[in-house]
Design a protein around this ligand. Structure first.
Ligand code: KG4
Ligand code: ZN
Length: 343
C-alpha cells in the first residue's frame, strides 16, 4: 500500500511517500523559519500563503525522488489538525482536490498521532506497548501507547507546553525566533549552577506538568539584570534547560514505573533537544529501560510522520473516504483518536 502524506499545520510544508512494505520512499520539506523570523514569530496568513506556493513543487520532488507516479498512490493522508486553521486548510484542500483529480481516497490524520508514531520510522523502532513523552510546541503529554489508536493519557501540562516554555523563555532572553532550538544551543555555552530555577510539579504524585511558572522565573531573573550580557544569557539558558529537562526526566521515569513498561518514546520538536536526549540515555543505561527517538529530521514537523500514521491507520482498519469533502480541526484533543480512551 502506497500512502502520500501531506503536512501543513504550522510553518513547515512536508510531503512524503510511505510504502507499507518498503517503508519511507521519499520526502521533501520546506521550512518557513526564514520568512517568519523577520516578524519574531509565525504569521498565520503568511504561513498559509507560503504553503500554497510550496505544495506542488514539493510534491513533484517527492514523486521524482521515489520514481513513482501519482497513479501509484493508494490513499492520500493529510494533517486535519490541530494547527493553524488557514495553514491546515491549504493541505486539506490540496489533498482532497488531488484525490478527486486522481480518483483516490483520502484520510485525515491527527498531527500529534503523527508525532507519536514517528519513532517507528527509524531503523531500530520500538515495539508496542510503550510510554510516549510527547513534547511539542503546543503539547506536553505522557501516554501509554498499546497500539495504533490505543492511547491512554497518563498526564499532561496544566498550562504551557515544554516547547512553548522554551520559545517564551528564549524571547525573554532576547533570542530571535525560532527560540527553542537557539536557547538550547546557547545553553551549551552556559555554566551549570550559576542560577537555580524552579522545577514545577517535580514532586507531585501525578504525571502532570506545569511550565508557566518556570517562564515567569526566567522573567524575574531577566528583570534583575541591568543588562543582558552574553554570559548571563548563556547561564540563564543553561539553568532553564536543566530545570525543564529534570522535570521531563523525572516524570517520564515515574510513568515507566507506574506502567511497568521498559520502553520510552520521545516525540515532538523538544525531542530534538540534545541535553534531554543525553540525560534520558544515561538514565536508561542506569535504570535498564530503552529510549527511542525519531531521527532528528523527523522530530519537528514533517510529511513522513503523516504518511506513516496514515498508512498504519489504514492497516489498522480505519477506512479512507472518497475525496472531495473536507473540514479541518484546528483544536483536536489527541484522546479523541483513542479506541480505549481514559477520558
Ligand atoms: O513538534 P514541533 O515541530 O511543532 C509542533 O507540533 O508544535 O515542535 C516545535 C517546538 C518549538 O516550540 C521549538 O522551540 C521546539 O519544538 N524545539 C526545541 C528544539 N528544537 C525544536 N526545543 C528545545 N530544544 C531543541 N533543540
Ligand atoms: Zn508538530
Amino acid at each position: 500500500m502506497l500512502v502520500l502524506g501531506i503536512e501543513s499545520s504550522c510553518d513547515e510544508t512536508g510531503i512524503a511517500l510511505y510504502d507499507s512494505a518498503a517503508g519511507l520512499l521519499s520526502h521533501a520539506l520546506h521550512s518557513q523559519v526564514a520568512m517568519h523570523a523577520e516578524y519574531g514569530g509565525v504569521v498565520p496568513e503568511l504561513a498559509s500563503r507560503d504553503h500554497i506556493r510550496r505544495v506542488v513543487p514539493l510534491l513533484r520532488e517527492t514523486f521524482e525522488r521515489a520514481g513513482r507516479q501519482l497513479d501509484d498512490v493508494d490513499a492520500i493522508a493529510y494533517t486535519r489538525g490541530p494547527g493553524l486553521s488557514g495553514a491546515l486548510l491549504v493541505g486539506c484542500a490540496f489533498a482532497e482536490a488531488l484525490g478527486v483529480a486522481i480518483d483516490k481516497p483520502t484520510l485525515p490524520v491527527h498531527h500529534l498521532e503523527g508525532h507519536l508514531l514517528s519513532p517507528l520510522l527509524s531503523s531500530d523502532p520500538p515495539t508496542f506497548p510503550f510510554v510516549a513523552l510527547l513534547v511539542s510546541g503546543g503539547h506536553t503529554q505522557l501516554m501509554r501507547v498499546e497500539g495504533v489508536g490505543r492511547y491512554e493519557l497518563l498526564g499532561e501540562t496544566l498550562d504551557d507546553a515544554a516547547g512553548e516554555a522554551f520559545d517564551k523563555s528564549a524571547k525573554l532572553l532576547g533570542l530571535p525566533y525560532p527560540g527553542g532550538a537557539l536557547l538550547s544551543k546557547l545553553a551549551e555555552q552556559g555554566q551549570p549552577g550559576v542560577y537555580k530555577l524552579p522545577r514545577p510539579m517535580l514532586h507531585t504524585p501525578d504525571l502532570n506538568f506545569s511550565f508557566s511558572g518556570l517562564k515567569t522565573a526566567v522573567l524575574t531573573l531577566v528583570r534583575e539584570q541591568t543588562e543582558l550580557s552574553e554570559r548571563f544569557k548563556a547561564d540563564a539558558a543553561c539553568a532553564f534547560q536543566e530545570a525543564i529537562v529534570e522535570v521531563l526526566l523525572k516524570k517520564s521515569l515515574k510513568a515507566l514505573k507506574q506502567t511497568g513498561l521498559k520502553q520510552l518514546v520521545v516525540a515532538g520538536g523538544v525531542g530534538a533537544n540534545r541535553q534531554l536526549r543525553s540525560t534520558l540515555n544515561e538514565e536508561a543505561k542506569r535504570k535498564h529501560f530503552r529510549v527511542y527517538y525519531p531521527e532528528l529530521e523527523f522530530c519537528t514537523d514533517n510529511g513522513a510522520m503523516i504518511a506513516l500514521a496514515g498508512c498504519l491507520r489504514l492497516q489498522a482498519g480505519t477506512p479512507a473516504k472518497p475525496a472531495g469533502s473536507f473540514s479541518v480541526q484546528p483544536r483536536w484533543p489527541l484522546m479523541e483518536m483513542s479506541d480505549r480512551a481514559a477520558r
